[in-house]
Design a binder for this molecule. Structure first.
Ligand code: SF4
Length: 174
């Protein structure tokens, strides 16, 4: 059976930076997957030791910089940083969180991950531009980049139905 790494906030755990969850509109599918024993929940940020609530964080080229096109992969290669809205550089923790999440996914044989879009850790189709003004840009977070590097397919929460269809197709042909 395919196991799926999932952002803890998507299944109702209030672990987001602002102390809320991000319960998905596809809760029925997530509940079924949970009952089937497929889900491996993780919050990379809480797992590495960040408290909840915690300051918002975004990806920039440099700690004092503003908007940039830098991505989670650039954080991993140290060509970009993750900063909190105070300007504190938290890149080291984000890089370690990404590595730890890959190790968790591998230990649990997860070929797929469903992660909350927009996060500097978990974003997979968009993140924020580094100005803390709510402006989105296409891109992915540092944990998503590390998971994709490791060969794990990362889906956004808006793609849960598509992943469900793929898993059903696969089990019907096996
Ligand atoms: S790091 Fe990921 S799992 Fe944790 S709160 Fe942010 S989006 Fe959710």
């Amino acid at each position: 059976m395919d196991r799926i790494l999932v952002s803890a906030c998507l299944i109702g755990r209030p672990v987001r930076y602002n102390g809320t969850d991000k319960k998905s509109g596809a809760a029925e599918i997530l509940e079924r997957w949970q009952q089937e024993g497929r889900l491996v929940p993780v919050c990379p940020e809480v797992a590495i030791g960040f408290p909840t609530p915690r300051p918002a964080a975004e990806i920039r080229a440099t700690p004092g910089g503003g908007a940039s096109d830098r991505q989670g992969a650039d954080v991993l290669s140290r060509q970009a940083v993750v900063v909190e809205d105070s300007g504190r550089d938290v890149s080291d923790l984000y890089v370690q969180a990404a590595r730890d999440t890959v190790a968790l996914a591998k230990r649990n044989n997860c070929d797929h991950a469903v992660l909350t879009d927009g996060s500097p850790s978990c974003g997979s189709t968009f993140i924020y531009d580094g100005t803390f003004s709510g402006i989105k840009k296409p891109g992915m977070g540092s944990t998503t980049a590390a998971l994709r590097d490791a060969g794990i397919t990362v889906w956004a929460e808006t793609q849960i139905a598509a992943l469900d269809a793929e898993l059903r197709r696969r089990s019907a042909t096996s």
